[in-house]
Design a binder for this molecule. Sequence first.
Ligand code: F6R
Length: 622
Amino acid sequence: MCGIVGYIGVQQAYPILIKGLHRLEYRGYDSAGVSMINEEGTLSVFKEKGKVAALEASVEGKDISGTIGIAHTRWATHGEPNAKNAHPHYSQSKNLSLVHNGIIENYKTLRTKLEEKGFEFQSDTDTEVLVQLIEYQEEKDNCDLYTAVQRSLKIVEGAYAIAVLDKRNPDVLIAARKSSPLIIGVGQNNHENNGQAEFFLGSDATPIIEYTNQVVYLKDEEIAYMDRDGHLRITNLANVEQTPDMQTLQMNLDELEKGGFPHFMLKEIYEQPNALRNCIRGRLSIEEKDIKLSGIIDYREKFLSARRIIICACGTSWHSALIGKYFIEEAAQIPVEVEYASEFRYRNPVITANDIVIAVSQSGETADTLAAIQLAKEKGAFIYGICNVIGSSIARATDTGTYLHVGPEIGVASTKAFTGQVTALFMLGLAIAKEKRTLSDDMFHMLIDELLMIPDKMQWTLEHNKDVEKFSQIFTYAKNFIYLGRGYNYPVALEGALKLKEISYIHAEGYPAAEMKHGPIALIDEEMPVVVIAPKKGMYDKVVSNIQEIKSRKGKIISVVTEGDTTVRDMSDYCFEIPDTRDCYVPLLAAIPLQLMSYYVAVAKGRNVDQPRNLAKSVTVE
Ligand code: F6R
């Protein structure tokens, strides 16, 4: 996820662009850049690593004038977050500059072809391929910019929202989209501007709403031409004219930033199907029924000779690591240990050069996890990172790894990063199993097929559990909660309990269901809500017995069951349904109703859901 802003009109573009970037920072914040064309026709590009404020500081004293411009705040996908890889990117001749949100999947092939034709690349990004390709098409076909953009977009595969400037055409702004959002704002204050038109661009409406509420949502594979005379022309890739569908925005700024959701946490819960699609894109292939993880392919021998794997993490990431352990051991037959990074770093753990240490961290900045892998590195282990934030300290300290690609997570309570981490660990397990040939072909293909279906099943889960809001309110009285699960769902119970306590401040504990009888069952009375993850899988009958034990002590049962299961439903006071899936993948679906329940209990209790007390999004201190 990145943020795009654009402007053409009579006002100075830079202040509009910078303000817009600040509003889009929630979409990415590892680097930022602007490009303008000034009165003399100079096309400038300024870019800087870090947040938008760093960009602002870096342009002090420079010529940032111009009434047309584009800007970008980046969330890196290809190429480290640094000034070189920040957008906008120039074309070879520096006649064009371009910003992009999305991923160009065939960029490597295109880059090689363009290099053969003499194009020199300045960055490691997929985006630079686009701007060079457009310049190449322009020269080859001797066509105008609009046509060159159209022809180039027919060649690229993947997702894009783009905006392009051409210094030879300072009165024209071109934009296009496919799978990544882009909105055009049509200026309303024409009379104030002596009748001159202005257009705004934004990845969402937040950079636009201050100036106009008249917007056009660009559709997939549409290209827009905007000029200072007020012409707005939209065609599709086949050059068929499209009628702009002008809409009036009703939302305020705050609602817009959160995509219409009241909190980032809820938005991020609902983003999970798409976040997971992005996580598996380019790695799992439906046609080939195969998995490609470059971190494993490049270090195949390391994984083949690994004696054991140690996963270090904290909090929610530790819970995903535990699910990863169960899967990697089952699929790839390597012993896996899961360690709290904060404990591991202060022990004197036995680590050898045949060990692989995996760090799991959303932020990539957690001090304990970073220290744990530094220790493991000193002891000679090979270090693999599973991080969300590209170029983060942990990502840089590892030998290789897998990024989640689930987009920035703003809510302090981790949701989409959790399911992203679990998915990344499943992919890792499958990729090692493939190299070690520890799974039969049938099983391997079945696991890939089913993982590819998870985003749709997540969508179903979100759509079929709408009443969670209503009955979550019933439990605001509770002082304690117990969460139970077995096998793959024991870590889900731990995660469900953590989600509830961190945002609602209700005490909650997760246990393996069979452990109840060894002590915790003494806590059960008619006041105690017990959340049981009870899919119709593996240890179903045993979990049913565990539920009976609680029922007979008058505990309130809230269950997560497989769609259509009436046995557990009839035993439950409240019940969430999830679609059927393989045992190992249940956590990806079961996590969703538990996240929603925590969210709605916290909202009903009037908590600050996105910024709960005493917590920070990245824990960079011990
Ligand atoms: C809980 C939560 C924390 C983090 C933990 C590790 O919702 O977000 O428990 O999981 O602080 O953070 P990362 O994953 O950034 O290393």
